[in-house]
Design a protein around this ligand. Structure first.
Ligand code: ADE
Length: 427
């Protein structure tokens, strides 16, 4: 481990050159964020602001961090999952100097919170989260910091759920913007990003053929839908399990089989949990699985697969490949857990591709600018509330993304606009 107190703690600083090349690769595929960097590196609207971030340390996140710094912010960062940091990128960030960075792949839970604590040492006035662990740490451990925090932004579905519950309970001490709920986030990053990177993680960890396999996807929200449709596209027979009738109905109309997990457990070859809820695969499911079954999670937390239940049933287990652990169960059945039940798309692959993170992180960047406007009294936000992304911001980001790809769209004529607003115009 390489450490410079108060500045960085990363796996190996010598990986920095390789990390820098990865960051450059991501930059070339993130035109919206790079356009924002170009625009705001002149006016530096974030000068004088300190941002603490807790979000997967990937090449895409590095582009976000360096954009925030280019716009004048002081930044301090940790990863938001023990198994998602790209050590090369972390080293490049440490050498680059745009941020303090405390992150390495394979840390334990105690180290995870140590890293978050270090990002709070510089007393931030803005927070940026993925999963809400940073905000929770502020509220639970350092509540005296909250008074000087203008607001925060939250990246993911699970984090937004936690924060809305906290706000409803009257416990949140500053305003938070739900970046996840932007259309240019969930409709792209969650569907196409999670869809592709989850299968990428499974393939890197196992190298199995997906065509012809029974792939069970638990949860048909945006992420589950992305995974299921991509698996179907690769020739898998996809089975969806759901608790929500409308989501299950959509899955049936999109050509998926739907059944309860108790039944799916008997026939599945590959199981992917994407629900955000705990105990999706538990003991009785492991008891009925076929020899050779593979299972993994792509939800934010590692609670969807009950690993204590699995370990209780297994005489012994061993690592077969990187991120692939074999458990021996009754009847001489061997089953395989990927990436320790942590999000397989980041632990075993590289997370969502740069092209979709471009829009999510453009929303993050613009939301941080919005919080600065709140600080300057140009917009009002109440402490303790969760705010949505404005529709205009969504449209602007989508518009820039389209234009960087060379696409043009139509605009309504004055007559069409008048017609669309005229409630008297019928048959
Ligand atoms: N979440 C999912 N994929 C990601 C990525 N590539 N970078 C940062 N956060 C992510």
């Amino acid at each position: 481990m390489d450490e410079k107190k108060g500045v960085y703690k990363v796996r190996d600083i010598k990986l920095a050159d390789a990390g820098r090349r990865q960051i450059e690769w991501a930059e070339s595929r993130m035109p919206v964020l790079m356009a924002l960097r170009e625009k705001y590196s002149k006016s530096k609207p974030l000068s004088g602001y300190k941002i603490a971030g807790c979000l997967h340390v990937t090449k895409e996140t590095a582009v976000l961090i360096e954009t925030l710094a280019a716009a004048g912010a002081e930044v301090s960062w940790s990863g938001c999952n023990p198994l998602s940091t790209n050590d090369e990128v972390a080293a490049a960030l440490a050498v680059g100097g745009a941020t303090q960075i405390f992150a390495w792949y394979g840390m334990n839970v105690e180290e995870f919170y140590w890293c978050i604590d270090r990002t709070l040492d510089f007393k931030p006035n803005l927070t940026l989260d993925d999963g809400a662990d940073l905000i929770f740490t502020v509220h639970n451990k350092y509540p005296n910091l909250a008074a000087d925090i203008i607001g925060g932004t939250e990246e993911t579905t699970t984090g937004v759920h936690r924060l809305r519950a906290m706000a409803d309970d009257g416990k949140m001490m500053y305003p938070v913007i739900a970046v996840n709920d932007a259309e240019t986030k969930w409709d792209f990053d969650n569907v196409y990003g999670t869809g592709q990177s989850t299968l990428d993680g499974i393939i890197r960890a196992t190298s199995v053929l997906l065509a012809g396999k029974n792939v069970v996807v638990a949860g048909y929200g945006h992420c589950g839908k992305g995974v299921a449709t991509r698996a179907k596209g690769m020739g898998a027979n996809v089975i969806v399990t759901e608790v929500k009738a409308t989501a299950a109905l959509k899955a049936t109309l999109e050509g998926m089989q739907v059944m309860p997990m108790d039944e799916a457990a008997k026939v599945g070859d590959i199981f992917i949990t994407a629900t955000g809820v705990k105990d999706i695969l538990v003991g009785r499911h492991f008891d009925s699985m076929k020899d050779g079954a593979i299972f993994c999670n792509t939800g934010h937390y590692d609670c969807e697969i009950n690993i204590p239940d699995l370990e209780e049933r297994s005489a012994n287990h061993r690592q077969i490949r990187t991120n692939c652990e074999e458990y021996l169960l009754s009847g001489n059945r061997r089953v395989y857990l990927l990436a320790q039940g942590r999000l397989v798309n980041l632990a075993a692959a590289e997370g969502h591709p740069s092209e979709v993170m471009d829009m999510s992180f453009a929303n993050q960047f613009m939301s941080q600018l919005r919080l600065v406007r709140v600080d300057k009294g140009e917009e009002i936000m109440e402490r303790g509330k969760v705010y949505d992304i404005p529709v205009e911001q969504d449209q602007e980001i989508a518009g820039v993304k389209l234009s960087t790809q060379g696409f043009k769209i139509d605009t309504l004529t004055e007559e069409q606009l008048a017609y669309s607003l005229d409630y008297a115009a019928g048959t």
